[in-house]
Design a protein around this ligand. Structure first.
Ligand SMILES: [Zn+2]
Length: 194
C-alpha cells in the first residue's frame, strides 16, 4: 500500500474517531504510559489516533486534520504539540461530540474532507515536482551527451545514453509527452553530429 492509499484509508475510517473512546482504543500498544505527558488518554483527548507501522511505532495522526506526528518524547504535551503543528485544525475548536447537532456534524465532515483533499493535492504537487526535476536532469544529460564535439561516454556509466533514456522514459513520469520530445531531440542531435 503506497502512502496515498494509507491516507485515503485513514480518511475513510476516521469518521468513527469523533469518539474519544474509539481514539483511546487505538493506543493499546502505545509506548508512553507512566511518568509521561503523552499518555494514551492525553493523546486521545488531543484528537490523535495511533497509527503505528513496523518502522515507526509512535506515529500518531489527528483524525480531523490528518496531521501526522512521530518522534514523541515523554515530556511532550499532545494538545500543545497538535496546536503548534496544525494551529488551524478544526478539532481544536470543536465542541464536545455530545453537544454536536446534525448540522454541526455535516459542517465538520465537510471540513475534514477539505483537509483530506488539500493533503492529497500537496502530495501530488510534490510528486509532480520530483518528476519534473528528474526529467529536467535527464534532458540536461542528454543534451550534454549529444552536444556537438562531445566527448565519448562510457557504456554502463550514469551518462550512458541507454541509462539516461531508460530514466527519461520511465512510465511513472507524469509528463507523457516528454519521451517523444526526447526521442525526436536525440535523432535530430545525432543527425547533426554525423
Ligand atoms: Zn488536527
Amino acid at each position: 500500500m503506497n502512502y496515498s492509499d494509507v491516507i485515503a484509508a485513514r480518511f475513510l475510517t476516521f469518521d468513527q474517531m469523533y469518539s474519544y473512546e474509539k481514539r483511546l482504543q487505538t493506543f493499546a500498544d502505545w509506548p508512553f504510559r507512566e511518568d509521561c505527558q503523552c499518555t494514551p488518554e492525553q493523546m486521545a483527548k488531543a484528537g490523535f489516533v495511533h497509527c503505528p507501522s513496523e518502522n515507526e511505532p509512535d506515529v500518531a495522526c489527528c483524525f480531523y486534520c490528518l496531521k501526522e506526528l512521530e518522534g514523541w518524547e515523554p515530556e511532550d504535551i499532545p494538545w500543545f504539540e497538535h496546536a503548534k503543528r496544525s494551529p488551524d485544525c478544526g478539532f481544536l475548536q470543536m465542541k464536545s461530540p455530545d453537544e454536536l447537532t446534525a448540522v454541526d456534524f455535516f459542517r465538520l465532515e465537510h471540513g475534514r474532507m477539505v483537509n483530506y483533499l488539500r493533503k492529497m493535492a500537496h502530495m501530488k504537487i510534490a510528486y509532480f515536482r520530483d518528476q519534473v526535476d528528474v526529467t529536467s536532469r535527464n534532458l540536461r544529460l542528454l543534451f550534454e551527451i549529444f552536444r556537438p564535439h562531445g566527448g565519448s561516454v562510457m557504456q554502463g556509466s550514469s551518462l550512458d545514453p541507454c541509462n539516461v533514456m531508460r530514466g527519461a522514459l520511465n512510465p511513472s513520469s507524469i509528463c507523457s509527452a516528454f519521451p517523444q520530445i526526447l526521442t525526436k531531440s536525440c535523432r535530430r542531435l545525432t543527425e547533426l553530429n554525423k
